[in-house]
Design a binder for this molecule. Structure first.
Ligand SMILES: Cc1cc2nc3c(=O)[nH]c(=O)nc-3n(C[C@H](O)[C@H](O)[C@H](O)COP(=O)(O)O)c2cc1C
Length: 280
């Protein structure tokens, strides 16, 4: 056969393709556990970051997480902790995206209540309690996962509330596909810092009103409502609106079954408990 025959050329091309695909498959299979481990570590780092917990460089992230964080599963409708979650919703297996797609573990949100534009949400969610670093056993913050539609993507974030259940201690997005420099500025530490010590709820007597809002433009600091407001992202009205809607969806509670779109019933119970303790 001539060295440059068509048959030989095709044979060599097929051979190269086969060798390459085998190499890529081997690399994929061998790297998958490392990728999964990195993904898991990344998730833990995000939770620690939302909780304002510093991990030294080189620290064992899993150990820092286990020392500081205690995950619990909450039934969103009743607002109760699920004492004995089944395998799918155990903290170590909890996968918000997978659960939201599974009709056995999630519900369709009525369209008039779906301000976060997510269509369905898990019936139970995971909450990460931040423990007192001094070891008193007290919960000093709670981190609430939340998600909703931005302009280009569903944005997944973590919002930390102080033990007073109203002061925001941190907010970070761990997954989104908004445009870098525009909606992607949600990752800018300066913008994220604006959330710290803002107030989510106005609590007066028995009445709890959701107040936090991400506004278009810049918050006027001298106004009394400034403590309930966050600057919008400039040139990114649609991402800004999405963030406002998702935060209000997950923290909202208008007293009806589906008004409790997110953590409302759970948060109401914790606020009522706090008041009970104050009256003792
Ligand atoms: C390539 C491109 C990417 C954009 N990315 C975003 C984005 O991530 N988030 C967003 O809200 N707006 C984005 N916009 C702008 C929106 O289309 C829209 O103009 C903007 O939200 C209006 O905001 P403004 O009223 O603050 O100017 C993008 C526009 C272009 C052309």
């Amino acid at each position: 056969m001539a060295a440059d025959s068509i048959k030989k050329t095709i044979g060599v091309a097929i051979g190269v393709c086969l060798v390459c695909s085998v190499l890529v498959s081997i690399a994929f299979v061998q790297l998958k556990p490392i990728q999964d481990k990195n993904k898991e570590l990344d998730k833990l780092k995000n939770i620690l970051q939302a909780g304002g917990i510093e991990a030294d460089s080189g620290a064992d992230i899993k150990a820092v997480y286990e020392k500081n964080i205690e995950p619990v599963i909450v039934d969103l409708k009743s607002g109760d902790i699920v004492a004995d979650p089944d395998e799918r919703i155990k903290p170590e297996n909890f996968d918000i995206e997978a659960l939201a797609k599974d009709p056995a573990y999630s519900s369709v949100i009525p369209s008039d209540k779906d301000i976060a534009d997510i269509k369905r949400r898990p019936d139970r969610m995971i909450i990460y309690n931040v423990k007192d670093p001094e070891g008193s056993g007290e919960i000093i913050k709670r981190i609430f996962p939340m998600y909703g539609r931005g302009l280009w993507s569903t944005m997944y974030g973590l919002l930390a509330l102080d033990k007073d259940m109203s002061t925001i201690k941190g907010f970070t997005f761990y997954k989104h596909e908004e445009t870098p420099g525009l909606g992607g500025e949600v990752d800018n530490p300066k913008w994220k810092g604006l959330w710290k010590d803002k107030i989510a709820f106005d609590i007066s007597g028995d009445k709890v009103t959701l107040k936090i809002k991400v506004i278009k433009g810049v918050v006027l600091k001298e106004r009394p409502e400034a403590k309930f407001q966050i600057d919008g992202l400039s040139g990114s009205t649609l991402t800004t609106r999405g963030i406002n809607n998702l935060v209000r969806f997950w923290l909202g509670h208008d007293g009806t079954d589906w008004g409790s779109t997110g953590y409302g019933p759970y948060i109401s119970k914790l606020i009522a408990n706090l008041k009970g303790n104050d009256n003792e």
